[in-house]
Design a protein around this ligand. Sequence first.
Ligand code: G3P
Ligand code: MG
Length: 247
Amino acid sequence: MSKPVEIYAHRGCSGEFPENTMAAFEAACKIGADGIELDVQMTKDGEVVVIHDEQIDRTTNGIGFVKDFRYKQLKLFDAGSWFHPKFSRQTIPSLQDVLDLIKTSDSEMKVNIELKNDVLLYEGMEEKVLQCVQRSGMMDSVILSSFNFKSMGRMRELDNEIQTALLFEGIPSNIMEEARKVRANGLHSEASFAVSAAGKRTVEAGYPLRVFTVNQTDKLEDLARSGVSALITDYPGLFLENKSVPF
Ligand code: G3P
Ligand code: MG
């Protein structure tokens, strides 16, 4: 018996490319990942951009908060050299650019958009993200997630069909109740939750469970046996050869 587990490239193939850049997402397409995960913040002029941190300091040659720059200003920064000088031409992509890349890659790839609105609330971000997804024609391929459960509730108010997921750490006992409250479809957890009794109950209840961030193959069989739907990893290449896990 075997259980296929989907492999999502975390921030693109971020183990080998600068995270959340076009180079990292192009690599994920090339390697045949089942999906990508990316993080979004919002600029001063309301553009949804793909970057993990609220500030640009760690992953670009600039300093300051994303929310204090206009999109055109942000595009001037180098988002690749911090990782390796050969990526000096990489910039912070817009969400629209990444969705268009996946759309035109002719693949069936899914896109997990993580709304980074748990530190800064970014009023109106849900509407902007939804507009990007609608414009790209990728409503069926996108999964929205956030540590901000209310934001996923807001998404559900805006659209009844789009896939949403709660993102959480540890082993909360009431997560299905939280998911019901905001009508979320899926759960994104750490590996410890997936192999716990609480985690297995969510799978039995029909929630797709996607696990972050798994960078070693040693837990793969246990996770597959627990019924997880997907692994989110910095190194998709490590897992793609083991997609059908015997147990
Ligand atoms: O979406 C899963 C994972 O990306 C959450 O943590 O900090 O890597 O965005 P982080
Ligand atoms: Mg993330």
